[in-house]
Ligand binder design. Structure first.
Ligand code: HEM
Ligand SMILES: [Fe+2]
Length: 369
């Protein structure tokens, strides 16, 4: 039992590595953190307008790096309710607290660097929205612990604060529209239009995946019937890939854009990748996960949660058919991934650039960097 805990897999969603692997993973996170801090350090000491932004960015980076530590707070024989508590420290506080702060700070920093927003104003806006995220996100953790042996107060506090989490997510929706306008604002921004489109998609999925589908399963009465049904992966996929997957790809593109200088990209594969990934994600949820989740919800309310999750219910032919309907969305999605990778390979091998003779005219204005 003891050695299993160290090298085996406890099968514990998201924190399910054996303790030995966990320690290895934590060490790697700490190393990445050191590398990040080494790069930001000089900027932290400069007294420029973007200082607040850099500090917020650094704070979120440290929190992300160290947050996994929560997974080390239980042992093999800890009571399940206590393990659950720490597990959600890692899962929930990461995605609904510090990742959100990181995303806001990183994007504001980028836009400030491009001169699209004023650094000082962006700094204040980031502090305000981070306060909102953490205000809802930290006590909101309790929405995972409503029915896991916690006192009733966990229900009241968790429900109230996680309902408030939707406020900043809605504001993000408006932010997206503004970002979309930025894309047309200055000619040099044209070069960054694809990263910016990825960031707009991030806001879209933040509102839909985290805001709407998160809220759908969030009230105590909903979770009483719906905990662990297919409605959970509806939310988890749209929020996790939609927000942080696309954010990571967008940030990759910013780096790629800077590395490839002024050379115009041939963006056909990139566009294909972007739309296929977004449409594929939407299709897999709309045609498969969501209908199954809703059918399970009805079964759970009519008969019981045990029945909604049972083989008797899930192996019925029409539910099997709905499960197979994930195929079209998944295939479109994977095609998008392949197109994106093909585009990146092309930046190295040369097929992702506009051939010299039909090169687009150079924009007159260049960014102040
Ligand atoms: C971008 C932000 C978010 C991400 C990436 C995210 C991701 C996830 C993931 C991966 C899970 C499944 C974890 C597991 O079962 O082990 C989950 C569960 C859950 N999320 Fe989120 N989430 C986000 C925001 C939100 C928000 C804003 C709310 C509430 C308004 C919310 C409410 C919930 C609830 C109640 C569950 C538990 C469902 C269950 O146990 O069946 N999430 N989330
Ligand atoms: Fe959560």
């Amino acid at each position: 039992f003891e050695s299993c805990f160290w090298v085996g897999a406890p099968g514990y969603g998201c924190t399910g590595l054996g303790r030995g692997w966990q320690l290895g993973f934590f060490t790697v996170l700490a190393l990445v953190l050191v590398l990040m801090l080494r790069a930001v350090w000089p900027k932290l000491r400069e007294k420029t307008g973007s200082r607040t932004l850099v500090w917020m960015f650094t704070g979120a980076t440290i929190a992300i790096g160290l947050m996994y530590g929560g997974a080390l707070f239980f042992s093999a024989k800890t009571h399940l309710t206590v393990m659950e508590y720490w597990r959600w420290w890692v899962v929930h506080l990461w995605v609904e607290g510090f990742f959100e702060v990181f995303a806001t700070a990183a994007l504001s920093l980028l836009f400030a660097k491009m001169g699209l927003v004023e650094a000082r104003h962006a700094g204040r806006a980031v502090i305000a929205s981070s306060a909102l995220f953490l205000f809802g996100g930290i006590p909101g953790t309790l929405h995972h612990l409503y029915f896991s042996g916690t006192p009733t107060s966990a229900l009241a506090i968790g429900a109230t604060f996680s309902a408030l989490e939707v406020v900043p997510l809605t504001l993000i929706g408006f932010e997206a529209l503004r970002t979309l306008r930025l894309e047309r604002a200055a000619p040099f921004v044209q070069r960054y239009r694809w990263p910016i489109r990825f960031f707009v998609a991030v806001s879209f999925w933040n509102a839909v995946g985290a805001g709407f589908f998160g809220f759908l399963i969030n009230p105590p009465i909903a979770l009483y019937f719906m905990q662990g049904l297919n409605t959970t992966p509806v939310h988890a996929h749209t929020a996790l890939f939609g927000v942080y997957g696309l954010l990571a790809l967008g940030l990759c593109l910013v780096v790629a854009r800077r590395l490839t200088g002024e050379r115009p990209w041939n963006e056909r594969a990139l566009a294909l990748g972007f739309w296929s990934m977004n449409i594929g994600l939407g299709a897999m949820v709309a045609f498969s996960l969501l209908p199954i989740g809703l059918a399970q919800t009805i079964a759970s309310v009519d008969t019981g949660l045990w029945y909604a999750r049972s083989a008797d219910f899930l192996q019925q032919p029409w539910l099997e058919a709905l499960r197979w309907l994930r195929m079209p969305g998944d295939v479109v999605f994977l095609f998008g991934v392949a197109a994106f990778v093909w585009f990146l390979i092309g930046l190295v091998r040369g097929h992702s650039y506009v051939p010299i003779e039909e090169e687009a005219p150079e924009p007159a204005v260049t960014p102040a960097e």
